[in-house]
Ligand binder design. Sequence first.
Ligand code: ADP
Ligand code: MG
Length: 352
Amino acid sequence: NIGDDRPVIRQLDEAAINRIAAGEVVERPASAVKELVENAIDAGATRITVEIADGGKTLIRVTDDGCGIAPGDLPLALSRHATSKIDGSDLLNIHTFGFRGEALPSLGAVGRLSITSRAPGEEAATIRVAGGRMEPVRPAALRAGTVVELRDLFFATPARLKFMRSDRAETQAISDVVKRLAMAEPSVGLTLRDVSGGGEGRLTFRADAETGDLFGALEARLARVMGREFTENALPIDATREGIRLFGYAALPTYSRGAAVAQYLFVNARPVRDRMLTGALRAAYFDFLSRDRHPAAALFLDCDPQLVDVNVHPAKSEVRFRDPGLPRGLIVSALRHALAEAGHRASSTVAT
Ligand code: ADP
Ligand code: MG
């Protein structure tokens, strides 16, 4: 009977849809930390604390002093495609880290998530969701801000659980994510604590909010994250062309590395991994470094959000420029100019 094995098309339920989306949004504990810290920054937090246990596999807790969420909005925050950051009419005008409304429902589908929050003028409240099952909102005690707690990541998706690396490797990846966001937001204080085994835990990273002008705050923050040796051996870069501003620090050729490990690139404050941009960095140093050496740099590109598409991948770590030649040309020319000037200064000092 042919009718018996005819495929049936069904609408998946919300929990299944969220688990599928989670596959792209949350690859590992570090991706969960990235989404939660980005949410805290988007909420205007000035102090963010991240606590993790067992490489983030059993616990990730992010505490912030941001705008909070009203009790009535808590179920919405856990609903798919619900966001306070865009109204849907203008995907080309994004000024926040988030906009897809996917992170919290995805995390709630693959782990045990609780959000406790208090918005000004509202009562504190908490909501829980585990493996996609949401519980009703309950009153809670919290002075201000938001605490998001994610336990047992991937308990609901055992296949993904198997792909977790060692606690050490996952902690390293989390620390990397926190440091990149710390570089992107010098005015925000960020702390990462490993609380495996309970108690106060071990401080993994701490950067207090930096004050001062753009370059003062940035230099202090970069010194904190990349080390003073980097900032002391780097040239400040600041160049604008056709609506794109490039700023940051690029190391002198003498402070180069054997691998491309200290290259940090940001587009509108978003940490990105981009072949085109790292290619431009390499091209800029072409005449200044031997082939087996790699420059260290922390470079920020700021432009009208309309010039760059951030909606390329659910994890939002890739971007696409409308005209890639523009940022590429700007990086190559600004860095070559700065390096040539520095070289010129260095050789004239030697001569005198
Ligand atoms: P998105 O960040 O793309 O909007 P999320 O699923 O990450 O989607 O978050 C959903 C919504 O929950 C956000 O738009 C925001 O309104 C709210 N939210 C999440 N985290 C926080 C937080 N730490 N503080 C205040 N509001 C938050
Ligand atoms: Mg988000």
